[in-house]
Write a protein that binds this ligand. Sequence first.
Ligand code: SAM
Length: 281
Amino acid sequence: MKLSDINAIENLLKNAGFSFKKSLGQNFLIDDSVCPAMASAACDDDTGVIEIGPGIGVLTTELSKRAKKVVAIELDERLKKILPVTLADCENVEVIYGDAMKLDLKRLITEKFSDCSGVCVCANLPYYITSPIIMSLLESELPIKNITVMVQLEAAKRLCAEVGSRESGAVTVAVNYYADAEILFEVGKESFLPSPKVDSAVISLKIRNKPPVNVSDKSKFFKLIKACFAQRRKTLVNTVSNTLGIDKDVIRNALQELGLSETVRSEQLTMQQLADLSERI
Ligand code: SAM
């Protein structure tokens, strides 16, 4: 069965009495070219893959062809009627029914992928949890090589922006701290069933061996970053002072020491300048 064929999918779903749940971000891929490209970018034949949200298995089957092993985590138990059929020929795939946000992925990696040379994450992510999932994958410092995921185009631009550019935000800095991020290709809304309101993009996050900047207190650094971008229309001095309750003069002095104007906005600072600021405040 061709899982990207819209008629085949509609028949399959109808026979199983399946209806899409918007609350689970269920927009299934119906474009032939997307899943092979995603799977090729994500893994090779010695890699173990964690897929989040296999849906009816369209990306899973492509990952199965290219990876050593695939563990797919699906929250919607109604797909128990469909996935065993669509993945019948994929012997290296295991489906776990549960919430990817709640599973202990470190343990899963140890238990399932000890025979693989590396592990990666590949998914067409449910959009309602894009940033929380990506941040939790990065912050938990899992032993993974890369994350290749489909996200909404606007989110892709923010996640992969250059720190210090207009598009950057707190999530850009956080992603950049852990990974080298790039947009691989864009995918139009017509490539999904049902079609969402906006276009998407596949992004690649290659996990860094070490962060691009040294900070003595990581949690303090990230607290400052959140504050820097909390009120985007305000200057850095105002948003940090308002959010963290720090005296404006302390922030002004720190900026002055770094040779930065007191009217500077957070999105104008580079990664190194943000790290230096965190050491001074
Ligand atoms: N991979 C399929 C595709 O590309 O056609 C489906 C992608 S669809 C955008 C997102 C999938 O994630 C759905 O199957 C949905 O049920 C599942 N999902 C939603 N929230 C989840 C969660 N917290 N943990 C695991 N899967 C989840």
